[in-house]
Design a binder for this molecule. Structure first.
Ligand code: FAD
Ligand code: S2G
Ligand code: ZN
Length: 462
């Protein structure tokens, strides 16, 4: 690997080739500390041509490359393996917003641009980029594309897949594909950009994208509602006006309990103890949309037990607080699942029952984007038990969860992707022909298996 280091230094400039173990450390561990890798170096290219030079050099030397953006991924996809022979390619220097085209309602950004900065740039132009994740302060557009990120506004605006019109990608052999077209219609052959959205860096490095912009929300109302059960949540969801509903997040009592215990100053918005809670947000591009009245009318004839309208930032802080709060209670066994929306109640009752029987005292931290059928069904150990004892049951408990998801025609990874964390288990829930097609595409673009080695799919026969 030392031979290639000189070439990498030449490609990105010595200051952007990091080999010092202390300086590399942050790039080698994921956000949760669940995945730790080793690397020969971290390279920080400043632009597309430098990325191409890096990939050419690594390919010639047979060195694996792990693309990394904000390193907020939750499946270990952005950290290298433990063998120490790979190079982490950090896009964080490539953060320019190249162009905002108001008439075309598009914005062209580089892969390392942070999501919050892109949302801010759209807002400054009186428009909106709607992707909304708790990690927006650190995650990058390249990572959002590579994981096909979802988040809170999917039910209104779709996932990253629906928000993207064009991509610039450096292929594993160093060729640059400039597909930065801002067209809503372009039927001139295969829709190649969609191969790279959700590929988690296994088919090439995304270096720029053309993203869709939307009218800004000029009126907004956010409410917190107490609910007796998930069936009431699904019934309420069906009563809300689809053209105004932008977010519908469900939370179990255990999820809120963790936030109240670990987020300073957090208070439940509704008095009393309720088994389920939901955050509901309506928006409209017209300033005088009288959304509070619309919401009040719906709530009156819905099965909610209590409801309160409050400033969005207060309620969102409670919702976004769950991710961090879980980390404070020992290992969070995460299951980022989705089922057809009407089957959420059946999924919850069947899986809760099975898990409470298997692990008495287990805490089921289930919350998330039920508006689009996605639930973060995360498990925390019973109070007073040892971390490693609970973590040792991860595989068996995941099988219980995923078998029920599969029985309900759902998916065992809704928005976070596969990475290494779910690579093996996903293979068990996909038809053989689908796995074969994915491997054939991987072999076509990256015959040497050097792009993000070991992530998402095993090479054929691997
Ligand atoms: P990284 O973690 O750096 O990388 C993620 C994957 O993309 C890796 O496989 C990496 O190799 C690849 N990659 C990164 N950049 C590139 C590139 N330029 N080209 C090719 N491949 C690349 N996710 C959701 O979908 N919805 C949520 O609601 C959500 N909420 C979150 C809340 C918190 C508090 C946290 C910590 C995470 C959350 N996430 C959520 C997960 C994570 O933020 C997303 O997956 C995000 O899109 C990752 O972006 P990133 O820049 O951090 O990517
Ligand atoms: C969210 C990320 C955190 C988790 O907060 O919406 O996507 O624990 C999640 O799953
Ligand atoms: Zn989420």
């Amino acid at each position: 690997v030392t031979g290639v280091l000189a070439e990498l230094a030449a490609a990105v400039g010595p200051a952007n080739l990091v080999t010092d173990p202390d300086l590399m450390r942050g790039y080698l561990v994921d956000w949760r500390g669940a995945h730790v890798g080793r690397a020969a170096a971290v390279v920080r290219p400043g632009g597309t041509e430098e990325v191409a030079a890096v990939l050419r050099a690594c390919r010639a030397a047979g060195v694996g490359v792990v693309p990394q953006g904000g390193n907020t991924g939750l499946c270990g996809g952005a950290v290298p393996s433990a063998d120490g022979g790979e190079v982490v390619l950090s896009t964080t220097r490539m953060r320019r917003i190249r162009e905002l085209d108001r008439e075309n309602r598009t914005i062209t950004v580089e892969a390392g641009a942070v999501l919050a900065a892109v949302r801010e740039a759209a807002g400054a132009a009186g428009l909106m980029f709607p992707l909304s994740l708790g990690s927006e302060g650190s995650c990058t557009i390249g990572g959002n594309l590579a994981t096909n990120a979802g988040g809170a506004a999917v039910l209104r605006y779709g996932t990253m897949r629906e928000l993207t019109l064009g991509l610039e990608v450096v292929l594993p052999d160093g060729r640059v594909w400039s597909g930065l077209r801002g067209l809503r219609k372009d039927n001139t052959g295969y829709d190649l950009k969609q191969l790279f959205v959700g590929a988690e860096g296994t088919l090439g490095v995304i270096t720029a994208a053309v993203l869709r912009l939307f009218p800004a929300a000029r009126s907004r109302v956010t409410a917190w509602v107490a609910l007796p059960d998930p069936a009431a949540a699904v019934e309420l969801l069906g009563l809300l006006p689809e053209d105004r509903l932008s977010c519908f997040e469900l939370m179990s009592a255990e999820s809120l309990d963790l936030v109240l215990a670990h987020v300073p100053g957090a208070r439940s918005p509704v008095p009393g103890r309720w088994p389920w809670h939901a955050l509901v947000e309506l928006t409209d591009s017209r300033p005088e949309a009288a959304l509070a009245e619309v919401l009040a009318t719906v709530l009156e004839r819905s099965p909610v037990a209590d409801a309160v309208v409050a400033p969005g930032r207060v309620l969102w802080a409670l919702r976004e607080g769950v991710a961090e709060a879980q980390n404070k209670e020992g290992p969070s066994l995460k299951h980022d699942v989705t089922v057809p929306i009407g089957r959420i109640p059946e999924f919850v009752s069947r899986t809760d029952t099975a898990l409470r029987a298997a692990v008495p005292g287990i805490r089921i931290v289930s919350y998330g984007h039920v508006g689009d059928g996605n639930l973060h069904y995360n498990l925390t150990k019973p109070r007073g038990t040892a971390d490693d004892e609970f973590a040792a049951r991860a595989e068996a408990l995941a099988t219980v969860v995923y078998d029920i998801v599969a029985a309900l025609d759902g998916s065992i990874s809704a928005e976070h992707g596969v990475g290494v964390a779910k690579r093996d288990v996903v293979a068990g829930y996909k038809p053989a022909v689908e796995l074969a097609m994915m491997r054939e595409i991987k072999a076509l673009f990256d015959p040497g298996g050097l792009m993000n080695p070991g992530k998402v799919v095993f090479p054929a026969g691997g």
